[in-house]
Structure formats: C-alpha cells, structure tokens
Design a protein around this ligand. Structure first.
Ligand code: ARG
Length: 391
C-alpha cells in the first residue's frame, strides 16, 4: 500500500481527507504540528485513528518555529502590506520541513495537505516541499474532490461515519500559532462588516482594556528578545508572555484587505500582540544603534523579505542571502527598550544600549555641545549647489 503523510489538523477538511485518501488506496499517516496553537491533541489523535489513519505523529515544532522562523522575520522587520506579521505564512515552511522529514522516516513517497485551491498556503507547502525534496509527490484532496461546499463535506462525513464537530457551524476560519491568529471568512467576507467581538481569540476590546498603562522593559541581544523586566525567558515563553499582557491591553489587532498570491483580494483580521510589541521595540533599538543608510536600506529589504515569506519562498537562495545580510546588521542591536502598553497601543518611551550610536555631545542644545555649527554653512552651500537658481 502506498504510504502518505497527511498534514492533519483535526478539523473537517483534513478529517474528510483521511477517509478520502484511504479510499484512493493510501495508507494514511497523520502528522500534527505543534506550533503553539494551544490545541488538545489527544482528541484529534483519537479522531484520526477512528477515521482510518494507521498512525498519528505529533511533532513539537515550537522551539524551531520561534528560533528559525519567527526571529529571522523579527530581525528583518518583515510585515506584509503594513499590517500582517505573517504568523500563518511563517508556520508553513516549518511544517513543510517536518512533513518531509516524516516522509523520509516513514519511507513514504507522498505528502498531502488540506489547503484549498484559492489560498496561499497550498503554494507555501508545495513550493517548500519541492525545494526540500522534489521526489515527494504532493496530493491536495480539497483541490481534487467533488465536495464544493461545507455542507457537502459534512454530508460525506456523516455517510462515512467520520467524527466531526457538528454542534454549530463555526462562524469563521481561524488559524492560530504562538506568533498570532488569522481569522477570515463568514461575515468578514463583507469588507464593510465590522468584526464582532466573537471573532477575536486572544485580545480584549479596547473598551475593556485597563485605563492604566503597563510598562515593560525588553532586552535584546543581536536583535533577538531575551528578557522582560530583567527576567530571562526562552523564545516561546517570551512570546506567550507578551501575548498575554498585550492581549489584555488590546494590542496587535489589525483588519486588512490583503492581496493573495493567487490574485484574489481577501479580508482577514489578525491578532498578534507579542509581534506588535516586539516590532515596535526592535525598531526603536535599531534606531538607536544603526546608522542612517543602514536603516534606510534595511527598510527596503524588509519589504522584500516579507514578500518572500508571504509567497512561500522560504527555502530559497535569496532568502538565505538576505538572512546573512540581516544577521550582519544585528551585531550591535543590543540593549533595552522601555515600552508602555495602553489602550491598544505600545508606545516606546525609552531606549538604552551599550552599542548606542547616539552622541549627546552632538545632539545637545545645552552645555557640553561639541558640534561645530560653523561647518554647517559650507555643508549647506554644497548640498544645495545643484538646485541653485541661475541669476
Ligand atoms: N491570509 C493569511 C495568509 O495567507 C492567513 C491564511 C489562513 N487564514 C485562516 N483564517 N485560516 O497567510
């Protein structure tokens, strides 16, 4: 029997996929990735086996996800279309890598995923898998089967006795990991519809956030956050902690009409409290420690890097080359940023660094000024020379 590794979530699509693939003659091994979505795996494991999986593997990818995927995106300040910190997009390559490893370990020639033919995730999975092992054949049941609606899938599940949550129709499609939550479909498909509170998973509405702000001091080394208020955390815990504090202060919500790779505009809302706080803090520290031209060039690189992540081009030479550049820029991005969380905002209110490029003796308007103002006259003369009007 042909073996296939199915990226399994426990939801309707992938549950139906287990059965559908079995009917196509596959020995189905389900792979569940833990990227910090806070899921109860034991229920899903039982369900997968009951539906016909011969084996269920749970991979703990939390550490790898944070260290090798989230931190590089933070160091690069990668944001898509100004508002999306790429939580879902970043999780795809780490899961793809784990699927390929599982296929090798199980001697399977096939991998399957539950993505639709309209989204970005199918691209991210398939491009990543092909970059890692082009011999693996990918099957996308949702793209192939003749079950065009959710209702038809539920009917299929009932006929084949597949356990699913039919309690009530889920109002939204939600993808979650430690770096953020992506929420789409249902009523959100009307771009004019204001999201109701039931859509949000990890943030309070601003009306319910405390009137008194909270201060945080975040310490970075080589562009990576290491401590909060003087206490060291491992990466995953640090993000969890900022999500919980930030969520209470209603930080990191965004509402975006975004441009998918397949040419569709779609409406998605996001929650990413930790990402929002860390981006603000990281950029503030870069402002203190990097020079002007570096900051400028890094902004250009950020745009491209975000797009590479969004487009599923993680395992590519350009992405690797940019990583080398970004790592070089982060040598001196070390120090502490003081940030105030209040009513949906993360205000940077202070920063300090042993590698600071700020020179008080040049900036000051008070005693101790070492800036020679007499030099400014000649500088301006030459700087403006090309634009001088002919007399
Ligand atoms: N639009 C986001 C992306 O392409 C998230 C996709 C998954 N969203 C979801 N709610 N299931 O990266």
């Amino acid at each position: 029997m042909k073996k296939i590794i199915l990226a399994y979530s426990g939801g309707l699509d992938t549950s139906v996929a287990v059965r559908w693939l079995k009917e196509k003659g596959f020995n189905v091994i389900c792979y569940m990735a833990d990227v910090g979505q806070g899921q109860n795996f034991s229920i899903a494991i039982k369900r997968a086996k009951k539906t016909g999986a011969s084996k269920v593997i749970v991979g703990d990818l939390k550490k790898e996800f944070v260290n090798d995927f989230v931190w590089p995106s933070l160091k690069a300040n990668a944001v898509y279309e100004s508002k999306y910190f790429l939580a879902t997009a970043l999780s795809r390559p780490v899961i793809a890598k784990a699927l390929v490893n599982a296929a090798h370990a199980e001697k399977a020639d096939f991998v399957a995923h539950g993505c639709t033919g309209k989204g970005n995730d199918q691209v991210r999975f398939e491009v990543s898998i092909a970059a890692l092992d082009p011999k693996i054949k990918v099957i996308a049941p949702v793209r192939e089967w003749d079950l065009p609606t959710r209702e038809s899938e539920i009917r299929y599940a009932k006929v084949h006795n597949i356990a699913i949550d039919v309690t009530k129709k889920k109002p939204y499609s939600i993808d979650r990991n430690v770096w953020g939550v992506s929420i789409e479909s249902g009523k959100l498909e009307d771009p004019w519809f204001e999201p109701t509170e039931d859509a949000y998973q990890i943030t309070l509405p601003v009306e319910k956030s405390p009137a008194k702000g909270a201060y945080l001091e975040i310490y970075f080394k080589h562009g990576i956050p290491k401590k909060i208020n003087g206490k060291a955390y491992d990466g995953f815990k640090l993000i969890e902690k900022l999500n919980s504090i930030g969520g209470k202060h209603s930080i990191g919500r965004s509402d975006l009409i975004e441009d998918r790779l397949v040419g569709i505009k779609s409406r998605e809302i996001y929650e990413a409290p930790a990402a929002f706080i860390l981006f603000e803090a990281h950029k503030a520290l870069e402002g203190l420690t990097l020079d002007r031209e570096m900051l400028y060039f890094k902004e250009l690189v950020s745009l491209k890097y975000a797009r590479l992540i969004y487009d599923g081009l993680w395992f590519t030479p350009l992405k690797q080359a940019i990583d080398r550049f970004v790592d070089y820029t982060q040598r001196n991005v070390q120090g502490t940023v003081k940030i105030k969380l209040l009513k949906g905002n993360a205000f940077v209110v202070g920063r300090k660094s042993p590698c600071s490029a700020y020179k008080k003796e040049l900036a000051t308007y008070s005693k101790g000024d070492k800036f020679d103002q007499s030099l400014a006259k000649g500088f301006i003369e030459l700087f403006g020379l090309p634009y001088r009007k002919k007399l």
